[in-house]
Design a protein around this ligand. Structure first.
Ligand code: PMP
Length: 347
Protein backbone atom coordinates (compact mmCIF):
# COMPACT_ATOMS: atom_id res chain seq x y z
CA UNK A 1 0.00 0.00 0.00
CA UNK A 2 1.58 3.24 -1.06
CA UNK A 3 0.59 6.26 0.95
CA UNK A 4 -0.12 9.68 -0.43
CA UNK A 5 2.91 11.93 -0.25
CA UNK A 6 1.96 15.53 0.19
CA UNK A 7 3.77 17.48 -2.52
CA UNK A 8 5.95 20.32 -1.31
CA UNK A 9 4.28 23.69 -1.07
CA UNK A 10 5.78 25.61 -3.92
CA UNK A 11 4.42 29.04 -4.55
CA UNK A 12 7.34 30.40 -6.54
CA UNK A 13 7.88 29.27 -10.07
CA UNK A 14 5.52 27.80 -12.60
CA UNK A 15 3.28 25.08 -11.20
CA UNK A 16 2.52 22.59 -13.95
CA UNK A 17 2.53 19.61 -11.58
CA UNK A 18 -0.94 19.61 -9.98
CA UNK A 19 -3.28 20.24 -12.93
CA UNK A 20 -4.38 23.54 -11.45
CA UNK A 21 -5.61 26.46 -13.54
CA UNK A 22 -2.44 28.59 -13.66
CA UNK A 23 -4.57 31.53 -14.77
CA UNK A 24 -6.46 31.42 -11.48
CA UNK A 25 -10.15 32.12 -11.08
CA UNK A 26 -12.60 34.48 -12.77
CA UNK A 27 -12.38 38.11 -11.55
CA UNK A 28 -16.04 37.74 -10.56
CA UNK A 29 -14.93 35.36 -7.82
CA UNK A 30 -12.65 38.01 -6.33
CA UNK A 31 -15.48 40.54 -6.45
CA UNK A 32 -17.82 38.13 -4.65
CA UNK A 33 -15.21 37.43 -1.97
CA UNK A 34 -14.65 41.16 -1.43
CA UNK A 35 -18.39 41.64 -0.97
CA UNK A 36 -18.75 39.11 1.85
CA UNK A 37 -20.31 40.80 4.88
CA UNK A 38 -19.19 40.38 8.49
CA UNK A 39 -22.43 38.57 9.38
CA UNK A 40 -21.91 36.07 6.55
CA UNK A 41 -18.51 35.27 7.99
CA UNK A 42 -19.89 35.25 11.53
CA UNK A 43 -22.55 32.65 10.76
CA UNK A 44 -22.31 29.02 9.66
CA UNK A 45 -22.71 28.91 5.88
CA UNK A 46 -26.01 28.31 4.07
CA UNK A 47 -25.78 25.87 1.15
CA UNK A 48 -29.13 26.05 -0.67
CA UNK A 49 -28.23 28.75 -3.22
CA UNK A 50 -24.80 27.34 -4.04
CA UNK A 51 -26.21 23.81 -4.32
CA UNK A 52 -28.94 25.08 -6.65
CA UNK A 53 -26.39 26.92 -8.81
CA UNK A 54 -24.22 23.80 -9.10
CA UNK A 55 -27.27 21.62 -9.85
CA UNK A 56 -28.33 24.01 -12.64
CA UNK A 57 -24.83 24.00 -14.09
CA UNK A 58 -24.78 20.19 -14.06
CA UNK A 59 -28.38 19.83 -15.27
CA UNK A 60 -29.71 17.84 -12.28
CA UNK A 61 -32.14 18.38 -9.41
CA UNK A 62 -30.64 19.98 -6.32
CA UNK A 63 -31.33 16.93 -4.12
CA UNK A 64 -28.84 14.99 -6.25
CA UNK A 65 -25.93 17.33 -5.40
CA UNK A 66 -23.79 17.28 -2.26
CA UNK A 67 -21.20 20.03 -1.98
CA UNK A 68 -17.84 18.97 -0.55
CA UNK A 69 -14.66 20.63 0.64
CA UNK A 70 -12.90 19.76 -2.59
CA UNK A 71 -13.66 16.49 -4.32
CA UNK A 72 -10.99 15.02 -2.05
CA UNK A 73 -13.39 15.27 0.87
CA UNK A 74 -16.10 13.57 -1.19
CA UNK A 75 -13.74 10.72 -2.02
CA UNK A 76 -12.81 10.17 1.62
CA UNK A 77 -16.48 10.26 2.69
CA UNK A 78 -17.38 7.78 -0.05
CA UNK A 79 -14.62 5.42 1.07
CA UNK A 80 -15.67 5.64 4.72
CA UNK A 81 -19.35 5.13 3.87
CA UNK A 82 -18.86 2.12 1.62
CA UNK A 83 -15.58 0.44 2.65
CA UNK A 84 -15.56 0.67 6.47
CA UNK A 85 -15.83 -2.89 7.79
CA UNK A 86 -18.32 -3.85 10.49
CA UNK A 87 -17.10 -5.86 13.50
CA UNK A 88 -16.66 -9.48 12.44
CA UNK A 89 -17.77 -8.66 8.88
CA UNK A 90 -15.88 -9.11 5.62
CA UNK A 91 -13.21 -6.76 4.36
CA UNK A 92 -14.74 -4.70 1.58
CA UNK A 93 -12.89 -4.07 -1.64
CA UNK A 94 -12.34 -1.13 -3.94
CA UNK A 95 -11.33 -1.71 -7.52
CA UNK A 96 -8.91 0.79 -9.03
CA UNK A 97 -7.90 0.56 -12.70
CA UNK A 98 -4.31 1.83 -12.73
CA UNK A 99 -2.70 4.21 -13.19
CA UNK A 100 -5.10 6.33 -11.16
CA UNK A 101 -5.36 9.27 -8.80
CA UNK A 102 -3.32 8.05 -5.83
CA UNK A 103 -5.94 9.24 -3.33
CA UNK A 104 -8.14 6.23 -4.22
CA UNK A 105 -5.48 3.97 -2.70
CA UNK A 106 -4.97 6.20 0.30
CA UNK A 107 -8.69 6.55 1.10
CA UNK A 108 -9.27 2.80 0.67
CA UNK A 109 -6.56 2.13 3.24
CA UNK A 110 -7.78 4.79 5.68
CA UNK A 111 -11.35 3.43 5.50
CA UNK A 112 -10.14 -0.12 6.26
CA UNK A 113 -10.87 -1.51 2.81
CA UNK A 114 -8.79 -3.71 0.53
CA UNK A 115 -7.39 -2.30 -2.69
CA UNK A 116 -7.80 -4.38 -5.84
CA UNK A 117 -5.65 -2.89 -8.59
CA UNK A 118 -6.29 -3.58 -12.25
CA UNK A 119 -3.12 -3.16 -14.25
CA UNK A 120 -3.06 -1.02 -17.41
CA UNK A 121 -2.65 -1.83 -21.06
CA UNK A 122 0.25 -0.15 -22.89
CA UNK A 123 -2.06 2.30 -24.70
CA UNK A 124 -4.05 2.95 -21.50
CA UNK A 125 -7.29 1.90 -23.18
CA UNK A 126 -9.88 0.69 -20.66
CA UNK A 127 -9.18 -2.85 -19.45
CA UNK A 128 -12.90 -3.56 -19.25
CA UNK A 129 -12.71 -7.37 -19.07
CA UNK A 130 -10.09 -7.17 -16.33
CA UNK A 131 -12.22 -4.70 -14.34
CA UNK A 132 -15.25 -6.99 -14.61
CA UNK A 133 -13.14 -10.00 -13.62
CA UNK A 134 -11.98 -8.17 -10.48
CA UNK A 135 -15.55 -7.69 -9.19
CA UNK A 136 -16.47 -9.93 -6.23
CA UNK A 137 -19.36 -10.07 -3.77
CA UNK A 138 -17.20 -7.89 -1.47
CA UNK A 139 -16.68 -5.12 -4.02
CA UNK A 140 -18.14 -1.91 -2.65
CA UNK A 141 -16.55 0.80 -4.81
CA UNK A 142 -15.25 0.72 -8.37
CA UNK A 143 -13.21 3.88 -8.90
CA UNK A 144 -13.38 5.00 -12.53
CA UNK A 145 -11.96 8.30 -13.78
CA UNK A 146 -13.02 10.00 -16.97
CA UNK A 147 -10.84 11.43 -18.38
CA UNK A 148 -8.20 9.64 -16.38
CA UNK A 149 -5.44 11.16 -14.28
CA UNK A 150 -2.46 10.83 -14.94
CA UNK A 151 -2.97 9.61 -18.52
CA UNK A 152 -5.59 12.07 -19.80
CA UNK A 153 -7.14 9.17 -21.70
CA UNK A 154 -10.94 9.00 -21.69
CA UNK A 155 -13.14 6.07 -20.82
CA UNK A 156 -16.05 5.27 -23.17
CA UNK A 157 -19.37 5.95 -21.44
CA UNK A 158 -20.52 2.53 -22.62
CA UNK A 159 -17.72 0.91 -20.59
CA UNK A 160 -18.97 2.76 -17.49
CA UNK A 161 -22.51 1.50 -18.17
CA UNK A 162 -21.21 -2.06 -18.48
CA UNK A 163 -19.38 -1.85 -15.15
CA UNK A 164 -22.49 -0.35 -13.52
CA UNK A 165 -24.62 -3.25 -14.82
CA UNK A 166 -22.15 -5.89 -13.59
CA UNK A 167 -21.33 -4.47 -10.14
CA UNK A 168 -23.02 -6.08 -7.13
CA UNK A 169 -26.15 -4.17 -6.00
CA UNK A 170 -24.52 -2.95 -2.76
CA UNK A 171 -21.58 -1.43 -4.64
CA UNK A 172 -21.08 2.11 -5.91
CA UNK A 173 -19.50 2.74 -9.27
CA UNK A 174 -17.77 6.04 -8.73
CA UNK A 175 -17.02 8.14 -11.80
CA UNK A 176 -14.43 10.78 -11.04
CA UNK A 177 -15.07 13.64 -13.45
CA UNK A 178 -12.53 16.10 -12.05
CA UNK A 179 -11.52 16.91 -15.65
CA UNK A 180 -14.90 16.52 -17.39
CA UNK A 181 -15.06 20.13 -18.63
CA UNK A 182 -11.95 19.58 -20.74
CA UNK A 183 -13.37 16.40 -22.30
CA UNK A 184 -16.77 18.04 -22.80
CA UNK A 185 -18.36 14.75 -21.77
CA UNK A 186 -20.12 13.50 -18.63
CA UNK A 187 -21.90 10.49 -17.24
CA UNK A 188 -24.38 12.75 -15.42
CA UNK A 189 -27.18 12.40 -18.03
CA UNK A 190 -26.99 8.62 -17.44
CA UNK A 191 -27.38 8.84 -13.67
CA UNK A 192 -31.17 8.50 -13.71
CA UNK A 193 -30.81 5.09 -15.35
CA UNK A 194 -27.91 3.99 -13.12
CA UNK A 195 -28.73 4.71 -9.47
CA UNK A 196 -25.65 2.77 -8.33
CA UNK A 197 -23.34 5.37 -9.92
CA UNK A 198 -22.06 8.46 -8.11
CA UNK A 199 -20.22 11.13 -10.09
CA UNK A 200 -17.59 13.38 -8.51
CA UNK A 201 -16.83 16.86 -9.81
CA UNK A 202 -14.41 19.55 -8.76
CA UNK A 203 -14.20 23.29 -9.32
CA UNK A 204 -10.44 23.22 -8.65
CA UNK A 205 -9.45 22.65 -12.25
CA UNK A 206 -11.49 24.27 -15.02
CA UNK A 207 -12.81 26.97 -12.68
CA UNK A 208 -9.50 27.70 -10.96
CA UNK A 209 -10.84 27.43 -7.39
CA UNK A 210 -8.36 24.89 -5.95
CA UNK A 211 -7.33 27.19 -3.11
CA UNK A 212 -10.91 27.55 -1.88
CA UNK A 213 -11.66 23.78 -1.90
CA UNK A 214 -15.02 23.15 -3.52
CA UNK A 215 -16.31 20.08 -5.31
CA UNK A 216 -19.40 17.93 -5.25
CA UNK A 217 -20.88 14.48 -5.49
CA UNK A 218 -23.84 13.82 -7.75
CA UNK A 219 -26.10 10.80 -7.44
CA UNK A 220 -29.32 9.24 -6.25
CA UNK A 221 -30.24 10.72 -2.84
CA UNK A 222 -30.74 7.34 -1.14
CA UNK A 223 -27.33 6.02 -2.28
CA UNK A 224 -25.70 9.27 -1.12
CA UNK A 225 -27.22 9.28 2.37
CA UNK A 226 -24.41 7.24 3.90
CA UNK A 227 -21.84 9.45 2.19
CA UNK A 228 -23.49 12.62 3.45
CA UNK A 229 -23.28 11.29 6.99
CA UNK A 230 -19.52 10.87 6.59
CA UNK A 231 -19.01 14.51 5.56
CA UNK A 232 -18.39 16.88 8.48
CA UNK A 233 -21.22 19.35 8.89
CA UNK A 234 -20.39 22.80 7.43
CA UNK A 235 -17.17 21.56 5.84
CA UNK A 236 -17.60 23.89 2.85
CA UNK A 237 -16.84 27.42 4.03
CA UNK A 238 -18.61 30.67 3.14
CA UNK A 239 -15.83 31.87 0.83
CA UNK A 240 -16.20 28.73 -1.28
CA UNK A 241 -19.99 29.11 -1.23
CA UNK A 242 -19.72 32.68 -2.54
CA UNK A 243 -16.99 31.79 -5.01
CA UNK A 244 -18.76 28.93 -6.72
CA UNK A 245 -21.88 30.97 -7.31
CA UNK A 246 -19.82 33.79 -8.83
CA UNK A 247 -17.72 31.41 -10.93
CA UNK A 248 -20.81 29.80 -12.41
CA UNK A 249 -22.03 33.18 -13.67
CA UNK A 250 -18.88 33.52 -15.79
CA UNK A 251 -18.92 30.62 -18.22
CA UNK A 252 -17.09 32.80 -20.78
CA UNK A 253 -14.08 32.60 -18.47
CA UNK A 254 -14.37 28.82 -18.53
CA UNK A 255 -14.70 28.74 -22.33
CA UNK A 256 -11.57 30.90 -22.72
CA UNK A 257 -9.59 28.57 -20.48
CA UNK A 258 -10.80 25.50 -22.38
CA UNK A 259 -9.62 27.13 -25.62
CA UNK A 260 -6.20 27.81 -24.07
CA UNK A 261 -5.96 24.20 -22.93
CA UNK A 262 -6.74 22.87 -26.41
CA UNK A 263 -4.11 25.12 -27.99
CA UNK A 264 -1.59 24.23 -25.28
CA UNK A 265 -2.03 20.52 -25.89
CA UNK A 266 -1.54 20.94 -29.65
CA UNK A 267 1.67 22.92 -29.02
CA UNK A 268 3.00 20.33 -26.58
CA UNK A 269 2.20 17.41 -28.89
CA UNK A 270 4.04 19.16 -31.72
CA UNK A 271 7.06 19.77 -29.46
CA UNK A 272 7.07 16.12 -28.36
CA UNK A 273 6.93 15.03 -32.00
CA UNK A 274 9.93 17.24 -32.79
CA UNK A 275 11.86 15.79 -29.85
CA UNK A 276 10.85 12.19 -30.50
CA UNK A 277 8.96 11.86 -27.21
CA UNK A 278 5.96 9.60 -26.83
CA UNK A 279 2.77 11.02 -25.31
CA UNK A 280 -0.87 10.06 -24.97
CA UNK A 281 -3.63 12.16 -26.54
CA UNK A 282 -5.24 13.86 -23.55
CA UNK A 283 -8.87 14.89 -23.04
CA UNK A 284 -7.75 16.81 -19.95
CA UNK A 285 -5.68 19.88 -19.00
CA UNK A 286 -2.42 17.94 -18.78
CA UNK A 287 -0.42 15.54 -20.92
CA UNK A 288 1.50 12.44 -19.89
CA UNK A 289 4.85 12.55 -21.67
CA UNK A 290 7.25 9.64 -21.86
CA UNK A 291 10.81 10.89 -21.67
CA UNK A 292 12.24 7.41 -21.05
CA UNK A 293 15.83 7.58 -19.88
CA UNK A 294 15.78 11.37 -20.19
CA UNK A 295 13.06 11.69 -17.55
CA UNK A 296 15.31 12.76 -14.68
CA UNK A 297 17.06 15.29 -16.91
CA UNK A 298 13.68 16.70 -17.91
CA UNK A 299 12.15 16.89 -14.42
CA UNK A 300 15.31 18.20 -12.75
CA UNK A 301 16.18 20.54 -15.62
CA UNK A 302 12.70 22.05 -15.51
CA UNK A 303 12.89 22.37 -11.71
CA UNK A 304 16.26 24.13 -11.96
CA UNK A 305 14.54 26.65 -14.26
CA UNK A 306 11.59 27.12 -11.90
CA UNK A 307 9.05 24.87 -13.62
CA UNK A 308 7.43 22.05 -11.67
CA UNK A 309 6.18 19.00 -13.54
CA UNK A 310 5.09 15.73 -11.96
CA UNK A 311 7.31 12.65 -12.17
CA UNK A 312 4.82 9.78 -12.51
CA UNK A 313 7.42 7.10 -13.30
CA UNK A 314 6.56 4.94 -10.28
CA UNK A 315 2.88 4.66 -11.24
CA UNK A 316 1.81 1.43 -12.96
CA UNK A 317 2.47 1.59 -16.71
CA UNK A 318 4.14 5.00 -16.44
CA UNK A 319 7.88 4.18 -16.35
CA UNK A 320 9.83 7.13 -17.76
CA UNK A 321 6.78 9.42 -17.71
CA UNK A 322 6.05 12.91 -16.41
CA UNK A 323 2.70 14.66 -16.29
CA UNK A 324 2.73 18.23 -17.52
CA UNK A 325 -0.05 20.76 -17.00
CA UNK A 326 -1.23 22.30 -20.28
CA UNK A 327 -3.25 25.34 -19.29
CA UNK A 328 -2.44 28.86 -20.42
CA UNK A 329 -0.57 28.94 -23.72
CA UNK A 330 2.03 31.37 -22.40
CA UNK A 331 2.94 28.88 -19.65
CA UNK A 332 3.00 25.95 -22.05
CA UNK A 333 5.34 27.88 -24.35
CA UNK A 334 7.64 28.54 -21.37
CA UNK A 335 7.73 24.84 -20.58
CA UNK A 336 8.32 23.83 -24.20
CA UNK A 337 11.30 26.18 -24.44
CA UNK A 338 12.76 24.64 -21.29
CA UNK A 339 12.03 21.10 -22.49
CA UNK A 340 13.79 21.75 -25.79
CA UNK A 341 16.80 23.28 -24.06
CA UNK A 342 17.09 20.55 -21.44
CA UNK A 343 16.55 17.57 -23.72
CA UNK A 344 18.79 18.83 -26.50
CA UNK A 345 21.54 19.25 -23.87
CA UNK A 346 20.85 15.72 -22.53
CA UNK A 347 21.20 14.02 -25.93
N1 PMP B 1 -10.00 13.47 -8.54
C1 PMP B 1 -9.00 13.58 -9.42
C2 PMP B 1 -8.89 12.56 -10.52
C3 PMP B 1 -8.06 14.60 -9.30
O1 PMP B 1 -7.03 14.68 -10.15
C4 PMP B 1 -8.20 15.54 -8.25
C5 PMP B 1 -7.24 16.70 -8.04
N2 PMP B 1 -5.94 16.45 -8.20
C6 PMP B 1 -9.26 15.38 -7.37
C7 PMP B 1 -10.14 14.35 -7.53
C8 PMP B 1 -9.45 16.28 -6.16
O2 PMP B 1 -9.85 17.54 -6.50
P1 PMP B 1 -10.15 18.63 -5.38
O3 PMP B 1 -9.16 19.73 -5.59
O4 PMP B 1 -11.55 19.08 -5.67
O5 PMP B 1 -10.04 17.99 -4.05
Amino acid sequence: MSHYQKPPELYDGLRLHQNENTGGCSPRVLEALAKLRPDQIGFYPPYAAATAAVATYLGVAADRVTLTNGLDEGLMALAIAYLRPSVGGPVFESIVPEPAFEIFRFDTSVAGGRLVQVMPRPDFSVPLDEILAAITSNTRIVFLTNPNNPTGVSMPLEAIRTVAREAPPEAIVFVDEAYAEFARESFIPDLAAFPNVIVGRTFSKAFGLAGLRIGCLVGAPDRMDAVRQAIPVYSVNIAAVAAIQAALTDLDYLRDYLREVDESKALLYAACDRLGLKYWQSRSNFVLVSAGERLDALVEGALARGIYIRDRSTEPGCAGCARVGTGLVTHTRQFIAVMEEVLCAAR
